[in-house]
Design a protein around this ligand. Structure first.
Ligand SMILES: Nc1ncnc2c1ncn2[C@@H]1O[C@H](COP(=O)(O)OP(=O)(O)O)[C@@H](O)[C@H]1O
Ligand SMILES: [Mg+2]
Length: 401
């Protein structure tokens, strides 16, 4: 008999996709976002009749349902416009995964282009940013009546100002001749517009949509509506309430709730348990917290991870309120880590750039403190997340350390 490698494996999940973060559920599973969805529908409504929709800015803390709501409503809009005989194209860019303005424009152009209709080819490289924009406009004009561009996590893009400026003003600047364009920017930062220049704010912020955190009850309902990700009867009594309560501890975060829920199932599988037990939830919570850090760190080059590891190791070792971490200390430890690895260290100046990048990504904050009369000032570094969890995340992305 041939060995059946899969025969001994069982899972508590009937449909695991349903508890993945990117999964777009239908409206019967979207809880407590009626007002937000209606107000988005208001802003985008003109597109159902082939007219230009309002540009939108959507804000709120992580896990308040922004990405889900925007993906859902734009999909509905596309269907509705289709019934009326208008073609709506949707481009979705996760800006945290996009490295430059050119990269974002390429992604947008590819999603909105149908080469059979437009006769436009979007190569992966080899054109200037301006040339890519030209092709994008041409592709949009030829392919759709309305193009909707969703820029998710826009504040994490290095060139958000240029990108937003060019896209949100494309209509006025006569870049498009046969179609129109709506831009939806999504940000986890309520004060994001403070950083934008005024012209961008006025053209993009035609409509603003603010997403508040959920209550523990709403989180419980959100999870209840996904219970069929699991087989009947595998969830122990009270699981959804426990997960909801934990996820509401800081503020009502549905991303955390979904992560804990999914991890609890994975832990059940790892333990070959037929049910998802209450005792798995604490571990699932730990994994969800670690993930938040891991997600950011995993995008960084090796030397950045070494620098962050150095800061975290220093922070884990002492009371940083009383005895703050200086750039010089972090640099010294980083150099030692390099020598253990037999890697050549970057210059202190380059490491300062990496720290600046880490500050941009909200892994650390930096402050200038007076260092005493004769000494001038020095920069002190504060780690945003828990040092132990940060170290653990660094280890996970650098398995050889
Ligand atoms: N109102 C809701 N109803 C059902 N599921 C939700 C709701 N809000 C968020 N979720 C789920 O929680 C997770 C995080 O939501 P997401 O839209 O990614 O949040 P944000 O973009 O604000 O960070 C996703 O799995 C999403 O499907
Ligand atoms: Mg999101």
């Amino acid at each position: 008999m041939p060995k059946d490698f899969f025969g001994g494996i069982s899972s508590v999940f009937k449909n695991k996709d349903m508890v993945q973060i990117d999964y777009v559920v239908d409206e019967d599973r979207i809880i407590g976002r009626d007002e937000e969805l209606e107000s988005l529908a208001q802003s985008l409504y003109p597109a159902t009749n082939g007219s230009k929709p309002s540009n939108c800015l959507v804000y709120g803390k992580p896990g308040t349902g922004k990405s889900l709501s925007v993906k859902f409503i734009t999909q509905k809009l596309k269907e509705k416009a289709g019934e009326n005989g208008y073609s709506v194209g949707i481009a979705y860019v996760d800006c945290s995964q996009s490295s430059s303005e050119t990269d974002a424009v390429i992604r947008i152009a590819k999603q909105l282009n149908d080469p059979d209709l437009s006769d436009v080819r979007i190569p992966d490289t080899g054109l200037s940013t301006g040339q890519f924009y030209q092709r994008a406009w041409k592709a949009m004009d030829a392919t759709h009546d309305i193009s909707l561009i969703i820029l998710d996590e826009i504040d994490k893009h290095h060139a958000y100002d240029d990108l937003l400026m060019t896209l949100s003003r494309a209509g006025e600047a006569n870049k498009l001749t046969d179609s129109s364009l709506g831009v939806i920017g999504i940000s986890n930062k309520p004060r994001f517009t403070d950083k934008l220049n005024e012209r961008t704010v006025s053209s993009l912020g035609e409509r603003r949509h603010v997403f508040p955190p959920y209550t523990a009850n709403e989180l419980k309902e959100i999870l209840e509506a996904r219970k069929d990700a699991f087989y009947d009867g595998v969830l122990e009594e009270g699981i959804t309430a426990r997960v909801a309560a934990l996820s509401a501890r800081e503020y009502g975060d549905a991303r955390k709730a979904m992560d804990i829920f999914r991890y609890a199932g994975e832990i059940a599988n790892e333990n070959q348990s037929e049910t998802v037990k209450d005792e798995f939830i604490d571990e699932a919570f730990e994994r969800a917290e670690r993930d938040e850090i891991l997600e950011i760190i995993s995008t960084l080059p090796h030397h950045s991870t070494l620098v962050i590891q150095s800061v975290a190791a220093l922070a884990a070792d002492r009371d940083t309120e009383k005895n703050p971490i200086t750039t010089t200390e972090a640099y010294n430890l980083y150099q030692r880590k390099c020598s253990i690895e037999e890697a050549s260290p970057l210059s202190e100046r380059r490491v300062r750039d990496l720290l600046e990048e880490a500050e941009f990504l909200e892994i650390i904050t930096r402050n200038t403190k007076a260092a005493g009369k004769a000494k001038g000032s020095r920069t002190i570094i504060t780690l945003v997340d828990d040092p132990e969890k940060t170290l653990e995340a660094c280890k996970l992305v650098e398995p050889n350390d």
